[in-house]
Design a protein around this ligand. Structure first.
Ligand SMILES: C[S@@+](CC[C@H](N)C(=O)[O-])C[C@H]1O[C@@H](n2cnc3c(N)ncnc32)[C@H](O)[C@@H]1O
Length: 205
């Protein structure tokens, strides 16, 4: 699969600074506004290809071995050009029914779940809204099982009306919740980010 080819200023900056995607700057911006990382954390990166968010997470969870964290990335697409001693990659579909149990069996619960996954949008609003809704529901379902109590969650979502009740319900599951649109998102994009801090102990919707 080809790397992103849009050559805007974020693309050029990522290339110069060694990030695998322009999306890395979205996570850096989110982390600046709502500090997300601590050394030693275990982070799950859902929809991680081509790897920009995983790179940022690895930098942020600590380089020193005694405090070194771990990052696990999952995507449909293969990710062959990146490796790191504290990073593991699973090439999987988030809709795979056995995925959640596999994650728990292999890694246990996570301190932070990141999700930048996006369906392939068609431009047909009703179809795109349905795909975005289903993917968001699936990601929330996985997260509610693998995120530890008091853990944090970052979720990309698209501004379709169909998603409003889901995101509202999600807000109630965290001690603090915010939604933002980022500077590094492409102009005209309807993507937003949900940031949930400190998962309440009861289950998510
Ligand atoms: C915008 S990209 C993620 C960019 C990434 N955060 C980065 O920094 O490089 C969205 C990713 O979501 C993945 N994705 C979408 N649906 C998926 C699914 N059902 N299972 C696994 N990955 C999925 C796509 O394959 C795509 O690579």
């Amino acid at each position: 699969m080809a790397r992103y080819i849009r050559k805007d200023r974020w693309y050029q900056k990522a290339k110069k600074e060694g990030y695998l995607s322009r999306a890395a700057y979205k996570l850096l911006e989110l982390n600046q506004r709502y500090p997300l990382f601590k050394p030693g954390q275990k982070v799950l990166d859902l929809g991680c290809w081509p790897g920009g968010w995983s790179q940022v997470a690895l930098q942020q969870v600590g380089q020193k071995m005694e405090k070194a964290g771990k990052v696990v990335g999952i995507d449909l697409a293969p990710l062959q050009n990146f490796s790191h001693p504290r990073w593991e990659f699973l090439q999987r579909d988030l809709y795979d029914a056995s995925l959640t149990q596999e994650i728990l069996d292999r890694f246990g619960e996570f301190d932070l779940v990141l999700c930048d996954a996006a369906p392939k949008l068609t431009g047909i609003s009703v179809t795109d809204a349905q795909m975005a809704l289903e993917l968001t529901q699936k990601v929330i379902e996985i997260t509610q099982k693998v995120l530890r109590a008091e853990g944090d969650f970052v979720l990309k979502f698209f501004s379709f009306n169909e998603l409003v009740p889901l995101i509202k319900a999600l807000e109630n599951r965290f001690e603090k919740a915010n939604r933002i649109k980022l500077e590094a998102s492409r102009g005209g994009s309807s993507e937003q980010y949900f940031i949930g801090k400190s998962l309440k102990k009861a289950k998510m919707p």
